[in-house]
Design a protein around this ligand. Structure first.
Ligand code: GUN
Length: 281
């Protein structure tokens, strides 16, 4: 079984990106900039944002975090996004989710200039991705995709089963694998026989948020299994895949933590650099 080392893959990607930033600096005499907006004091969000800032600095990006209290008015945030849209030193804008209830998430996402939307959440990017045009691609599915391609560069005709239909993961993951000529099945909470579906798969991407849902006898030998889940249970942090069971049958499997997570942040840096490059053309 191949234990997919997301930490190592992310470090390699960051190395490449660092070189790229350095050559962009030589060419344009400026570096890509990432601005993250963080609202409120949720601990997981604070940790994510700190990690994003650290990684951005590591590869040489200009990085800024703008913090607001939970009580901030929606208009203040939207006005700030408009200002960042106009700011030439800002290549990418990310508003950390979740947002407080009084702030309309969709309005926030749609206010970000699609060319600076490093999350790939703007309807314009969602549409472009589904039409197969150039677009920002959400960081987590992009990270999963790069890990899958490392194991299996030719995905032609492979059967992929996506567990979970979220806008963040399941749907964009589907688009990326369709582009690679996979036959993709999207499953979800109302799917009739999830185990049978998974047993058909050459590739399983689990992103449902149900601890250890995917069991050893749901996976046939030779399947690549990508676990996007991060679930806190009594024994600690586990994914959506039963690691002990599935590691005995899968061809390759991502651990939790240390699998998809580190790639997500590296892909955010990649998206920021890609936005910068498109803005220079
Ligand atoms: N919160 C958890 N994951 C994400 C993400 O990928 N993007 C944003 N903006 N917020 C998040």
């Amino acid at each position: 079984m191949i234990l997919i080392d997301g930490k190592k893959a992310a470090a390699e990607l960051r190395d490449e990106l660092k070189k790229e930033v350095s050559s962009l600096k030589d060419k344009y005499n400026k570096v890509p900039g990432l601005t993250v907006i963080l609202i409120g004091d949720l601990t997981p969000s604070q940790i994510y944002v700190r990690n994003k800032e650290k990684s951005a600095n590591e590869v040489g990006l200009k990085s800024e975090v703008i913090k607001y209290p939970d009580s901030v008015e929606e208009k203040t945030v939207l006005d700030k996004i408009q200002e960042l849209n106009q700011d030439e030193t800002v290549s990418g804008i990310l508003v950390q989710l979740p947002l407080p209830k009084h702030i309309d998430k969709q309005k926030v996402i749609e206010t970000i200039d699609p060319s600076k939307d490093v999350d790939g959440f703007h309807p314009m990017n969602v549409g472009n991705l589904s039409s197969g045009y150039e677009s920002s691609v959400p960081c987590t599915p992009l990270g999963c995709y790069l890990l899958i391609k490392k194991i299996e560069p030719n995905l032609n005709g492979k059967k992929a089963v996506i567990v979970g239909r979220s806008n963040l993961n399941g749907k964009p993951m589907t688009q990326l694998l369709l582009k690679e000529n996979c036959t993709v099945t999207i499953t979800h909470s109302k799917t009739k026989d999830l185990k049978e579906e998974c047993l058909e798969a050459d590739i399983i991407v689990a992103a449902v948020g149900i601890p250890e849902l995917i069991k050893g006898d749901w996976v046939r030998e030779g399947t690549i299994v990508i676990d996007v889940g991060i679930n806190k249970i009594e024994k600690g942090i586990v994914g959506d895949v039963n690691f002990d069971e599935v590691s005995k049958v899968a061809k390759a499997l991502t651990p939790v933590p240390g699998g998809v997570g580190p790639m997500t942040i590296a892909c955010l840096l990649k998206n920021t650099i890609d936005c910068f490059k498109r803005s220079q053309n």
